[in-house]
Structure formats: structure tokens, C-alpha cells
Design a protein around this ligand. Sequence first.
Ligand SMILES: Nc1ncnc2c1ncn2[C@@H]1O[C@H](COP(=O)(O)OP(=O)(O)OP(=O)(O)O)[C@@H](O)[C@H]1O
Length: 479
Amino acid sequence: MSDASILICDDDSAIRTVVTQALRRAGHRVTAAATLAELRRELASARPDVLVTDVVLPDGNGLDFVATFTGENPDLPVIVLSAQNTLSTAVRATEAGAFDYLPKPFDLDVLTATVASALARGRRLVDDLPAAEEHAVALIGRSPAMQEVYRVIARVVSNELTVLITGESGTGKELVAQAIHDLGPRRRAPFVAINMAAIPRELIEAELFGHEKGAFTGAAARVAGKFEQASGGTLFLDEIGDMPMEAQTRLLRVLQSGEFTTVGGARVIRADVRIVAATNKDLMSQVVSGQFREDLFYRLNVVPIALPSLRERRQDIRLLARHFLDRAVEDGLPRKAVSDDAVAVLEAHDWPGNVRELENLMRRMAALHRDEWIGADAVRAMLGEGSGLAAPTRDAGIEAAVLTRLSRLAAEEPGVMEDGTLYDRIIGEVERPLIEAMLARHGHNQLRAARALGINRNTLRKRLDTLGIDVGGRQDDPA
Ligand SMILES: Nc1ncnc2c1ncn2[C@@H]1O[C@H](COP(=O)(O)OP(=O)(O)OP(=O)(O)O)[C@@H](O)[C@H]1O
């Protein structure tokens, strides 16, 4: 007999019975309540060692009760059970001061273990949480795998622990990092992301720590690095597995000392950022092969969050598909709906590009499908056409940008999807930044820019004219 007393409140009598039996088997004394009123009566007559409560009760909301109750009884651990399996319930439960949150259906062994650890600690897990606030980050998914992700997020939002998010490309690593920022006390300061794979290796340190004027060829002025830009907020180190060794060493030093110096500078700056890192690589095997510093790995991997692939949470596909169609409506596209057999096709697909691939597909459907109802054949056809979507040579960012642009155009100009101008308009919009970038890279020398682009100099001149790109009076200097 543990001699601990547990009070359980749930309006479902089957849950009350099984929980009571399981906790009694574990040696505890158990009292049960079916409503908030009964719960209040029980609490007034005797103080339990742990309170376990449901959220939706016939006479009120369990979470509101927990928030007030834990404020007055900070030492009594509360475990919240809920069937509303969203990130916001997990976070609200933690914000309300709950010791832990268990999504329904839960495993009785897990509940028993959670009660045991609540008894061992005898206090709330999280202190000083920010006031509950509606947040913009929509992480969709109710699968058990996502529930686990929400629980970890809810536990880390209020502290400064470094988080390492792993998962295949497109599983939502950046979205999770953003959620951790948006829900935590640093949310009013910037969230700054840097992608190690997208920056030339030799520039990574300057990007991270900033550089002084003249630190290297081309450093015309002092530039603040991402650490400074994110000051007070969160720094998201994306694709951390691609970080070169020297930069890893420097990052480790910063994490150890909490200070850094800019490239070429003697100035010491205090690093005031929360670090969230992400990778789609197996960092541990990179450690083994000597490509990643072991000490840095352990510094980053304080709280690991492993995001499931979409294949591992197929039950979320329907919700996600609807979510992306709703988002398309917000972008001004007509409302579309997926039929059940279309959902079955979506659920059977393997999604190598994960949620990003599904998001792109739904955007394409919203922008291009003619009927309001999206059936199985339309999905099959679109999946067939888009089968190259996740191919490494195709940039999902460009795909998404083009589809977003198409959506906006469709919303702003009815008829544009049929009026025969789309090719020139969209290609023109992509062409302009491409040409401008190559001109800038080649010092506005048109001949060299044309060569680099692989087009004829006259073609380039014509395109500059048509697109109205200002060449600042420069012509093509001799190459
Ligand atoms: N659970 C989710 N709910 C809603 N949208 C999601 C979810 N997961 C991912 N997305 C969406 O899918 C797209 C890809 O997500 P994100 O960029 O966060 O993935 P990632 O894992 O960081 O990818 P990469 O490794 O390629 O950088 C984004 O547009 C994001 O909003």
C-alpha cells in the first residue's frame, strides 16, 4: 500500500471505474467524482496527493478549474486527461499548471506511471508559465505520434532548454520550432531561422555571428549576425547536420560560454537566444563517422523531438487535407472538398515529401481543379503528374511560391486562369529576379551575365527591355 490518495474526476463512468481499479492495483487509495461540483466537495473534505481530471465536464471546464486550483495549491500535482487532442489543449493544460497531460485514449500503465512520478516529485512540473494566449501556429494532427510531440512541446515552451528536432524533410520541423517560440516567454522577440545547407560553407560563421567592416573581401560594412538579430528571441538552426566542422567548434564555444565575437572583431557580445536546431540526417551516425562533434550533439540534443513521417500518421491525412483546402480559401480561392474515396487515395500514398508534399498537392487542387468536389480520380491524376514533386531536383519552395502566386492571381483577377496570359506573367516574374541576381553577381556586365545564364547577349538585352529592368546606364563592358 503506497498510502497515497488519488482523486479522479471524469464524467465517463467506464473511465472512472477502470482508472480506479488500476490505481488501486498500484496500491493507492482512490476517490472518484463525476462533476466539478462533486470534485469541489471532495477537495473540501480531504486533500488528495494527486488529482486526475478530465477537461470537458457536465458542469464546466476542467482546465479552467485546474488553472484556479493550482494557483491556490501549487504543491498538489494535477494530471489532465483530454479527448481534445490538439497542441493547444496540451499547452493550455501545462499553462494551467498541470503536472502532465494525457490524451485520450490513454494507456492505463502510462497513467499509473505518471501518477507515480507526480507522487515522487510532489509539485508542479512547470512554473512561471506565460498567461494562456491564443496562438497562430497551427500544428495539425491528432495521431498518437503527434500527441507525443505536443506533450514534449508543452513541456519545453516555458523553459530555455535546447531542443533538437529530427524528422524527414517536410515533416514540420520548422513549424514545431516556430510553435515553441510563439508559445513561450520569448514570443514577442524575433524568431530567426538560418539554414546551414543553403549558405556557402565559408559564409556560415559570418552569417551566424556577424562581421566587422573589412573582415573579408566584400565586407563593406559591419553586419549583425543571426545571433544578434535573434537577441531576446529564438534562433532556429536548420539542417544543423550540414554545419562545417569549424563552425561547429565555434558554435559549441558560444553555447558553453554564452558569448561570441563577430568575425574580424574583438568585441564580445552576450548571446541571448534560445536555440532550437533541426536536422533530417541521423546526427548520431554523423558523430560516429566524425562529421559532427559529439560534444555539440549532446549540447543540442537536450530535449529531442522526433517528428513522425506522414506515412507513420496516415490517420492525420484527412485533417491535414481539409486544413490546406481551408487555407486556400483564406487565400481567396473557391472552397473545395475532398470525397471519402479521394481521402482513401491520399491515405494510401506514401508521401516521400511528407506534409509539404500533401500541402502542395492540395494547393494545386485548390488552384486548378474545376469542380467543388475533389474525387479519387482527380487525386490519382494529380498525384501522377506531381510524382516528381518530392524529387530532390525539384525545389518545393519554388513550387509553393508559384502555387501561392497562382492562387493570389486567381483571387484578384477572375478569369485569369483561362485568359491565356499566365505563361508570360508567371515566367516573367521568375525571370526578373533571376536576371537581376546574375547581373548583380557579374558586376552588371551584361555579356558575362548572359554567358552565365546560357543565353545570347541580344536575348538578354531584349528581356531587360521587356521586363523594364533598370541597368543604370550600364552597357556590356568588354568581357
Ligand atoms: N503538422 C502540421 N500541420 C500543418 N502544417 C504542417 C504540419 N507539418 C508541416 N506542415 C506544413 O508543411 C510544410 C513543411 O513544413 P516545414 O517547413 O516545417 O518542414 P521541415 O521538416 O522543416 O522541412 P525541411 O526539412 O525540408 O526544412 C510547411 O508549409 C508547413 O506549414
